[in-house]
Design a protein. Sequence first.
Length: 285
Amino acid sequence: MAPTEPVQSGPGAIAALSAIDCRTFAEHIEQIKLTEPALPDASAHHKALKSVAESVHDAEHASEADEPPTLLRLPLFSATQGGRGEPLGWQPWTVNRNKIPTRYSLAEVDKRIVLHAEADSSASGLYVPLVGRAPGMLNWTWKTRDVIRSADNAQAPREDSPLRIFVAFDGDKGSLSLKDQLMYEMARLTTGREMPYATLMYIWGGRKPEGSVLSNPHTGRVRMIVVDSGTRHTNEWRCHRRDLRADYRKAFGTDPGQVVAVGIMTDTDNTKSRAESWYGDIALD
């Protein structure tokens, strides 16, 4: 019997392609909506938040240790009544306090409510803290007007992307190397938030081919999979369905822990460029 070829994993590996028919994606989202209530009107929600904020004395001194509530599922952008303002349930994510934040807002595009992202030499994201759950399938749709031609996600000075979806996994941080633990502490001091044990990112790349597995140039605890690349599909909706467990194994070479958060980010801070993109619904099952 011929020896079994080892399965390549980690940076340099090639992951499975995942684009699916967007009609199939839309049908899946409609099934989710049948089992989940619509989110409240965004404008009413924002008025309530403003009222609460005005009643808090000296809010600037509020503890950064106060973490946002964890949710059982990802709020769908299209399920928000009113369809304007910020998406309910999604929390701001600061990459670095010195970075210009990317602008995010709900908008009606192609007859549905989506998240509009505008980056101008900026970097920030949004995320949803989740009650820990086993890795399953991740589904989403996205579109970009701009591809960052000068971006190279394997190089720190050019590590930008018009579209990213990231999934955070739990794990034993005590098992990490001293270098990684020091990096985690530096990230906490810089952003005010704890980093997850491991993060898997799906990105729209500028140069790398679809399926490429890349290591973040700053830390090996973040691995990226290029699911769309280049200008071929700009200005059209792309729909994807990914097996998180299989992708984690391909990226990290081990089995994943529980999923504890999902987020998005559009960033152009390293290449000092601009990008306009749209995120449709994101769902876990």
